[in-house]
Design a protein around this ligand. Structure first.
Ligand code: KIV
Ligand code: ZN
Length: 543
C-alpha cells in the first residue's frame, strides 16, 4: 500500500494517459482517417491533456509513416505529449518507427512480440527461447535509438505468467522503460488482471524501476474494469481510446477511465493530467472523423448520458441535481445552455461562443463559419452548442474535398419516380451535373453522385439522427462505404444539414472523398471512359 492507501508500488499516484485512438482505434473496421484528420485529432488530444499519443504504426504503409512523422513534428512540442509509434520486434519496423517519431521533442518507440503459447506456436512459429532472444535484441536496438522504449508482450493475459516474468525481465535489462500488459483478446477478468499485474510488478527483476501499463480490449465488456484493476494493482499508465474505439469490440474508453478516477478519488486515490472539460468535444471530433457513431447510452459521452427521463428522476433533479447525478455535464464539457444563439446574434457573439467551445478559427474560417451559422439561424429559431459543433465539423473537419456539393434538387412522392439532379465541383474546378432516378430520394442522389465521381461503392451503413429536439433540428447523417478495390476496409462519412437529403449527400460525398484520398486519386477519367477511376492500388493493411 502506498501513502494514499491504494495498493501498488509507485509512490507517484498520477496515471499517465496513453491515447491509442490513432493506432489501435484506427484499426476499428471503418475508422480510417486521412493524415490531415489525424493531425487535427492529435492536436485535440494534446488539448485534452493526454501524456502520450500513439500516433500510428509507421511500418504499416508509407501513408501511416507520413502521418506519424507529421504529428511528431507538429504536435510533439517540448511542452506537449510524448509521441509514440508502434513497431513489431523487427529491425525494419523499428527503423521506420524511429524515422517517423524522431522529429518529436519527446519520442517513444513501442515494440511488441507475442508471448502466449497460442501465438508463438500458430502465428510466430517461434520457441520460447527464440522469443526471449528476439526481445533482448530488438528492445536493445530500439533503446540504442531512443531513450524512451515501451515493450508489450502481445496476448499477455493468455501467456504463462512465469514466462512473462522472464520475458519482461529481459526487456527491462535490454532498456525498456515502460512495460505494457495487453489483454489483446479481451479475455481476462478484473480480479485476474489485478493479480497478474501485482505478480509481474513484484516478481520481474527490475520491475520496481519501470512504469507498468494497462492495455485492455473489450470483447467481454470488461476493458475499463480490467484497466482500473490494473491501476489499483500499481500500474501507472493506461492505454485507451476516445469513445472506446478499437479492434473488434474496441479498447478501454479513455473518458470512462478518466471519469472513474476523477469521480471516485476515495476509491482509487489516483489522478490524471486530463482536462475533462475537453472530453465531449474530443469525442464528437473522433466520432465525426471516423464515422463511428457513439451509442446513445454510452457512459460519459452518449447522447443520453446526462438526460433524465423518468418523472421521479426529473422531480429529484429539480430538487437537487445530486439526487441522480454523480458528475455534472459541465465537468465533461457538455454545456448546460440550450438557448445559445439565434438569427439576431452577431459575429462577435458567435466568435465568443466558438472560443468558449474551444474552437480557434482564423479570420477566413470565421467568416465561412458565420455564413453557415446565419443560414442555419434563418431556418432554425434556436442554435445550440450541439448545432454549432455539427456545423463546424461539417465545414472544417473531414477529408480533403476533392468533389464538393454545389447544387442539389430532388423530387419525390407517391406516385412518381424519385429523381435527383446533382451539381458537383470536381478537383479540376469543373462543375459536373447529372440527374438520376432511384428507388427513393437518397438512392437517386447517391446514383447521381456515382455517375459523376465514378468510384461506385457499396453502402454498408446509413444512419440518420436529429442533433437536437424539434422539427427544425439539424439532421446528421453518418455513412460507411466499402469498395472492392480496398478489400475489407470501410470508409466513414458525415454530413449535417436541416435538409436530411442534403445531409445524406454530404455524408456519402465525404466518404467517397476519403476513399479517393486513401487510394491516391489521380484525376477524373474523361467523359465516357470506363467507369474505373484511376487510383493507385491500396497498400499495406496494418499487420
Ligand atoms: O492489443 C494488443 O496486444 C496491442 C499491442 C500491439 C500492444 O494493441
Ligand atoms: Zn490493442
Amino acid at each position: 500500500m502506498d501513502e494514499s492507501g491504494v495498493s501498488g508500488v509507485s509512490p507517484n499516484n498520477q496515471v499517465r494517459i496513453f491515447d491509442t485512438t490513432l493506432r489501435d482505434g484506427e484499426q476499428s473496421p471503418g475508422a480510417s482517417l486521412t493524415s490531415a484528420e489525424k493531425i487535427d485529432i492529435a492536436r485535440q488530444l494534446a488539448r485534452l491533456g493526454v501524456d502520450i499519443i500513439e500516433a500510428g504504426f509507421p511500418a504499416a504503409s508509407p501513408d501511416d509513416l507520413e502521418g506519424v512523422r507529421r504529428i511528431a513534428l507538429e504536435v510533439g512540442a517540448p511542452d506537449g505529449p510524448v509521441i509514440c509509434g508502434l513497431a513489431r520486434a523487427a529491425k525494419g519496423d523499428i527503423d521506420k518507427c524511429w524515422e517517423a517519431i524522431s522529429g518529436a521533442a519527446k519520442p517513444r518507440i513501442h515494440t511488441f512480440l507475442a508471448t502466449s503459447d497460442i501465438h508463438m506456436e500458430h502465428k510466430l512459429r517461434m520457441t520460447r527461447a527464440q522469443v526471449v532472444e528476439r526481445v533482448r535484441e530488438m528492445v536493445g536496438y530500439a533503446r540504442s535509438l531512443c531513450a524512451d522504449v515501451e515493450f508489450s508482450p502481445e496476448d499477455a493475459c493468455r501467456s504463462d505468467p512465469a514466462f512473462l516474468v522472464e520475458v519482461l525481465g529481459v526487456a527491462i535489462e535490454a532498456g525498456a522503460t515502460t512495460l505494457n500488459i495487453p489483454d489483446t483478446v479481451g479475455y481476462i477478468t478484473p480480479g485476474e488482471y489485478g493479480a497478474l499485474m501485482t505478480r509481474l510488478i513484484h516478481e520481474t527483476p527490475g520491475g520496481k524501476d519501470v512504469i507498468w501499463s494497462v492495455h485492455c480490449h473489450d470483447d467481454l465488456g470488461m476493458a475499463v474494469a480490467n484497466s482500473l484493476a490494473g491501476l489499483v494493482a500499481g500500474a501507472r499508465q493506461a492505454e485507451c481510446t476516445i469513445n472506446g474505439i478499437g479492434e473488434r469490440a474496441g479498447n478501454a474508453s479513455l473518458e470512462e477511465i478518466v471519469m472513474a478516477l476523477q469521480t471516485r478519488p476515495q476509491v482509487f486515490g489516483l489522478t490524471t493530467r486530463i482536462d475533462s472539460t475537453q472530453i465531449t468535444r474530443t469525442s464528437r471530433m473522433v466520432s465525426n472523423y471516423t464515422g463511428m457513431h457513439v451509442q446513445p447510452n454510452k457512459a460519459i459521452v452518449g447522447a443520453n448520458a446526462f438526460s433524465h427521463e423518468a418523472g421521479i428522476h426529473q422531480d429529484g433533479m429539480l430538487k437537487h441535481h445530486s439526487t441522480y447525478e454523480i458528475m455534472t455535464p459541465e465537468t465533461v464539457g457538455l454545456s448546460q445552455s440550450n438557448l445559445v444563439l439565434g438569427k439576431h446574434s452577431g459575429k462577435h457573439a458567435f466568435r465568443v461562443r466558438l472560443e468558449e467551445l474551444g474552437y480557434e478559427l482564423n479570420n477566413d474560417e470565421l467568416v465561412q463559419a458565420f455564413k453557415r451559422f446565419k443560414e442555419l439561424a434563418d431556418k432554425k429559431k434556436v442554435v445550440t452548442d450541439a448545432d454549432i459543433e455539427a456545423l463546424i465539423a461539417d465545414e472544417f473537419y473531414g477529408p480533403e474535398e476533392l468533389f464538393a456539393l454545389t447544387g442539389i434538387q430532388v423530387t419525390c412522392g407517391q406516385p412518381g419516380m424519385p429523381t435527383a439532379t446533382l451539381k458537383l465541383r470536381g478537383p479540376d474546378g469543373v462543375e459536373h451535373v447529372k440527374a438520376a432516378i432511384g428507388t427513393g430520394p437518397i438512392d437517386a442522389v447517391y446514383q447521381a453522385i456515382d455517375h459523376i465521381v465514378k468510384a461506385k461503392a457499396t453502402l454498408v451503413e446509413f444512419r440518420i439522427a436529429a442533433i437536437t429536439e424539434g422539427i427544425d433540428a439539424l439532421g446528421e447523417v453518418t455513412v460507411r462505404i466499402r469498395r472492392e478495390e480496398n478489400g475489407k476496409r470501410t470508409f466513414g462519412g458525415h454530413g449535417a444539414d436541416t435538409d436530411i437529403v442534403v445531409a445524406a449527400a454530404k455524408a456519402y460525398l465525404s466518404a467517397l472523398n476519403r476513399v479517393l484520398a486513401y487510394t491516391g486519386y489521380k484525376g477524373h477519367p474523361p467523359e465516357g471512359e470506363a467507369a474505373a477511376i484511376k487510383v493507385s492500388s491500396a497498400t499495406g493493411e496494418p499487420a
